[in-house]
Write a protein that binds this ligand. Structure first.
Ligand code: DON
Length: 562
């Protein structure tokens, strides 16, 4: 018996040691510049551009396009995204290259004659695609801030597409697992509809040629001419509604980012139609009054506090948020200290608030006024945070015949009908109803943190509705718990989004006592073995000025720098 307990004791000790070792892991350290993205090839392409003397904006373009080749699940030219930037001189800004609803869309387009949502129509196949924004986005970035010749920024992606890239184990599983849906969404056998194994080489000649047209003609290489013809013709063949006019009219928009202070840190994040900035501000401002030195990381109290902040913020998201070019959203009121204080006044440490008892808050007034993320810091001190997506893995699964890329299924991010959740379980209201040329509400949260006028952190993640809460947790990990970047990224995450009323948790990293306590307080927990929340790719500026990458081990993500 004694022997049994000694062995048990040693086993527990060893388990704890392993956990500590794992927790203290440090990411790639670079002296000057870094790119962290979902694939090593794309991070390498971005870093090579920086090494050639390009800036973070040049690297953004090259990385975006390289991801469109080597990470077709989410990297894209057939989707859209958001970029938040901070120049070396401290100037901040944001670019919205989110997809738009086609001109002939309408608010009831996914309803049957009885007014019910037609299952699968907004999130699969040709009807689910919005007008792509990524190519307009990169061209906009180039025209404003690019420095190297545009052709040099596109060429690495062309080479990757033509010469091929190696399929990872995760990717082989993902391609193979989607074959049936590839076949269903298309009227021909697409290249990815095959049996893949790790190490196989994928060559994408049609995509290489599409990228050549973009290289040679800029935005016209996509929104006009042969590429546009290929998109419109194939969409038509499949019965979809995107037209030449939709493509020609698409424009990326520079926007004023959401900026707020958290305990002396300045946080810059994306504004609407991405809900990330507003919700991040609400969540962090809700927890700001608390002393985290008295709240252990990932403890019962920590989960309670964040969950209650998240619950209230997501209830507001569902009611108020939509595309600010179409609806008036009271951003200032929703993020004001008075409003947030009032929202959190119903929070009690003694028991969980029920989501059924929480609706959106009353604001004082309307003032007039499978995604992927990459983070880049260049050797000049410029920083960009970019989150880009096709929505779910491979988007609509529609692979444009002759052009070699997937179209997004971003239309599902609209509210097809009030009270009916989208694929992420998110609800929406009239603010996020479909209208021609409107942008669907997003959760993407590319974010930059600074302290005392100096760049501190670049962060973001995919993960649908969990994006915002993952970004919030990583900011708290660094700011409140003094974690390094890789350590922070590796930490187990959790998520609450008002409805459904449960805390989603990654299975590892939360002890059983915490779970028992939370249940006793009235929280419902959802744990699944395979559940991962987000894939955070981030960079931290260390006190000595060096950069630490945090590349998420949940995927094939990698940091490359020098
Ligand atoms: O814009 C949004 O919020 C979603 N389309 C993001 C999708 C996403 O993160 C999927 N990746 N896991």
């Amino acid at each position: 018996m004694k022997k049994f307990f000694s062995i048990l004791f040693i086993a527990i000790l060893l388990a704890n040691c392993t956990a500590t070792k794992e927790d203290k892991v440090t990411g790639l350290i670079a002296e000057k510049a870094m790119v962290v993205s979902a694939r090593v090839e794309a991070s390498q392409v971005g870093s090579d551009i920086l090494k050639k003397g390009g800036n973070a904006y040049d690297a953004m373009i090259a990385t975006q396009l390289a991801l469109a080749v080597v990470y077709p699940q989410a990297g894209n030219i057939g989707g859209g995204g958001f970029m938040v930037f901070r120049h070396s001189d401290g100037k901040t800004g944001a670019l919205d290259f989110r997809e738009k609803a086609p001109l002939s869309s309408d608010k009831d387009m996914y309803l049957d004659e009885k007014g019910n949502v037609i299952p699968g129509m907004s999130d699969f196949g040709v009807h689910s695609s919005g007008v792509p924004g990524s190519v307009a986005g990169i061209v906009e970035v180039y025209e404003k801030y690019g420095s190297l010749p545009f052709k040099e920024l596109v060429q690495p992606a062309i080479d990757l597409a033509r010469n091929g890239f190696k399929v990872t184990k995760n990717q082989a599983r993902s391609f193979n697992g989607t074959r049936e849906r590839f076949a269903k969404a298309n009227n021909y056998k697409i290249l990815f509809d095959a049996e893949w194994k790790e190490g196989d080489v994928v060559k994408l000649e049609e995509l290489a040629q599409t990228l050549e047209r973009i290289r040679d003609n800029g935005r016209d290489g996509f929104y006009k001419g042969k590429t546009a013809d290929l998109i419109v013709n194939y969409v038509k063949e499949l019965g979809g509604i995107i037209t030449h006019e939709d493509l020609v009219k698409y424009k990326a928009v520079w926007r004023k980012p959401i900026e707020f202070d958290y305990k002396g840190y300045k946080i810059t994040s994306m504004t609407l139609p991405a809900s990330g900035g507003v919700c991040l501000a609400q969540i962090l401002k809700s927890v700001e009054p608390y002393d985290f030195s008295k709240i252990e990381h990932n403890s019962t109290k920590y989960l309670q506090l964040l969950t209650e902040a998240e619950r209230r913020s997501y209830a507001d998201r569902a009611h108020y948020l939509g595309d600010i070019d179409f609806v008036n959203v009271p951003i200032d009121s929703l993020t004001s200290p008075e409003y947030i204080k009032k929202r959190m006044s119903t929070f009690s440490w003694d028991k969980a608030t029920k989501s059924s008892d929480v609706s959106h808050g009353e604001v004082l007034g309307y003032e007039s006024n499978e995604t992927t993320h990459y983070s880049i810091i260049d050797q000049f001190g410029n920083a960009v945070a970019v989150t880009t997506t096709l929505n779910t893995g491979y988007g609509s699964k529609v692979y444009v015949k002759g052009a070699g890329f997937f179209l997004n299924n971003e239309m599902d991010d609209f509210s097809a009908k009030p009270g009916v959740p989208n694929v992420y379980g998110l609800l929406g209201s009239a603010a996020n109803a479909i209208a021609p040329e409107k942008r669907m509400l997003s959760s993407m949260t590319p974010t930059i943190v600074e302290k005392d006028g100096k760049l501190k952190m670049v962060v973001g993640t995919p993960g649908g509705s969990t994006i915002i809460t993952s970004v919030a947790q990583n900011i708290l990990n660094v700011v409140e718990y003094d974690m390094g970047m890789q350590e922070s990224v590796n930490k187990a995450r959790f998520h609450h989004q008002w409805l459904p009323d449960y805390i989603r948790m990654e299975p590892r990293g939360f002890d059983s006592i915490t779970k028992v306590n939370l249940k006793a307080l009235g929280y419902e927990l959802l744990e699944r073995n395979s559940l991962i929340i987000g894939r955070v790719d981030a960079i931290l500026v260390l006190p000595n000025g060096k950069l630490e990458g945090g590349a998420d081990p949940r995927g094939d993500d990698a940091a490359v720098g020098f």
